[in-house]
Design a protein around this ligand. Structure first.
Ligand code: NAP
Length: 461
């Protein structure tokens, strides 16, 4: 018994039972939501406001005072106010000397001002220790408790002690502080919430461009041509047939474009004889969005699977099958089984199924929760070796689909080849170049270059 109580006594002096008061300037949406959370974390909160009248919206355990009175009660002040109103702080500058000022503000546009809001705050109140934090967390997420997607709080500032105080509050709220360095990082942190899927821009624009091109290409070949030459109305192809042509074409081209920059980089490194020279900017950017290109490709492949599943219930398909059966019955003649066609059709389907299965596997391993659980070698094995296998299977699926039609003059309408033929250009280039690069006479020097060897070293020892 005695032993137990001495343990409790020993722990008591280190237990932080009273947390320091936190002051929040501004009783707007963000100030109130953050204040509510900070009170829940056990900190006393005092609001600094233009009006000291409290309302039902303000957390009930918080005090509302004038800015000057509130500032005096705390060593840390969170500025839940828009940047354009910061100048009200000028008369308070002396009182704020030595205090920690937390800038949470965001702008409406990327690089809206020459300096970051946090640096502007530091200029307005030169004696204060300014820290940037919380700007990537939204008032709505704080209120609704849906912080799963935004648990990380970027923190930066020039004073280590001040940053530590802010990071302690961040942790007390159940969030994860990420120290981004000095206040110079503030501009970048302020730009984060304004970026609109930066890595997705190129894949999405590219797929929109390719979709438009192939839509009009297929429309010309499959709808306008039969109408002009045979007076047949196939306009309903627009709904399922044409999308089901475009989706596999896009999936294959985009998948090949995931591996294209890798082979280009290998050629450049072999040509230069070093890996220490930077790639051109466009190649760097292309390499950075390979995951997004792959995911868009997987989305098109999945759509292709769905469109294919509905083929047997399409009215046009059922009509075509029944008219073939009726014509055989009328002619009293059964078509013999064409084994070559049966082989081609089964191989085409099998290659498609296997290709799609590996494609899904690639997509799953690119998810952060999965990729974080495999080591570098396993990740490379899946993304590179299985990735190329997927590309080979999907290319073979398309080649077998073409089957005997490749050289048939009937496949060309207005001199335009079938759209799937165009989709084979990029994957075939990638696979042929990759095949050539695997030869030992190229693979060996490339491996040495990637391990740091240089043909003409820039810095001799
Ligand atoms: P808000 O609802 O418009 O509130 C801003 C508060 O600033 C007002 O309630 C007011 O508080 C105070 N204020 C307004 N004009 C003022 C002036 N001329 N002088 C002094 N104080 C003035 O804005 P908010 O959504 O809470 O955003 C506040 C800050 O948090 C902004 O910098 C924003 O970029 C940042 N932020 C917001 C969110 C969000 O989800 N809302 C997320 C991250 C960051 P009093 O009436 O009490 O004086």
């Amino acid at each position: 018994m005695n032993k137990n109580s001495s343990n409790i006594m020993a722990l008591a002096p280190n237990t932080p039972n009273k947390k320091e008061t936190v002051c929040i300037f501004g009783t707007g949406d963000f100030g109130r939501a953050l204040g509510h959370k900070i009170i829940q974390a056990g900190y006393p909160v005092v609001f600094g406001s233009r009006s000291t009248q409290t309302s039902s919206l303000i957390p009930k355990d918080a005090e509302v005072l004038s800015h000057a009175e509130a500032a005096q009660k705390a060593a840390i002040i969170i500025m839940a106010i828009q940047r354009q109103h910061y100048n009200f702080l000028t008369p308070l500058a002396e009182m704020l000397h030595g205090k920690v000022l937390v800038d949470v503000s965001n702008n409406l546009k990327i690089n809206q001002y020459p300096e970051s809001n946090a640096e502007y705050l530091a200029q307005l109140v030169p004696g204060a220790k300014v820290v940037k934090a919380f700007n990537t967390v939204s008032a709505w997420a704080l209120q609704s408790g849906t912080l799963d997607a935004s648990r990380q709080v970027f923190v930066c500032g020039d004073d280590m002690g001040a940053k530590q105080m802010v990071m302690d509050i961040v942790r007390a709220l159940g969030l994860t502080p990420l120290d981004q360095g000095s206040l110079l990082a503030a501009q970048e942190i302020e730009n984060y919430p304004l970026q609109l899927f930066p890595m997705w821009k190129f894949p999405i624009l590219l797929s929109l461009g390719l979709t438009t091109f192939f839509f009009f290409y297929c429309l010309t070949r499959d709808v306008i041509y039969p109408y002009v030459y045979e007076n047949k109305d196939f306009s309903f192809f627009i709904v399922i047939s044409i999308p089901n042509r475009i989706c596999p074409i896009l999936a294959l081209i985009l998948l090949a474009l995931v591996y294209f920059p890798g082979v280009l980089a290998a050629i450049i490194q072999l040509y230069r004889g070093t890996k220490y020279l930077r790639f051109p900017d466009w190649l760097d950017k292309w390499m950075l969005c390979r995951k997004q290109l792959g995911l868009v490709a997987l989305a098109f492949a999945s759509l292709h699977v769905l469109y294919t599943l509905v083929i047997p219930i399409r009215s046009f398909v059922r009509w075509r099958i029944s008219s073939q059966i009726i014509s055989q019955a009328l002619n009293n003649k059964t078509e013999p089984l064409n084994t070559t066609n049966a082989w081609l059709s089964d191989s085409y389907l099998a290659l498609g199924i296997l290709g799609f299965f590996l494609f899904v596997l690639l997509g799953i391993t690119s998810l952060p929760s999965v990729s974080n659980n495999v080591n570098w070698r396993e990740f490379r094995f899946v993304q590179s070796k299985l990735g190329y296998l997927t590309l080979i299977l999907c290319t073979a699926h398309t080649l077998v689909y073409g089957g005997k039609r490749f050289l048939s003059p009937l496949s060309y309408r207005w001199y335009l080849p079938n759209a799937y033929m165009l989709s084979l250009i990029v994957p075939c280039i990638v696979l042929v170049v990759k095949f050539v690069l695997v030869f030992p006479c190229l693979d060996k020097p490339l491996t040495r270059i990637r391990q740091g060897w240089e043909r003409n070293p820039q810095y001799s020892e």
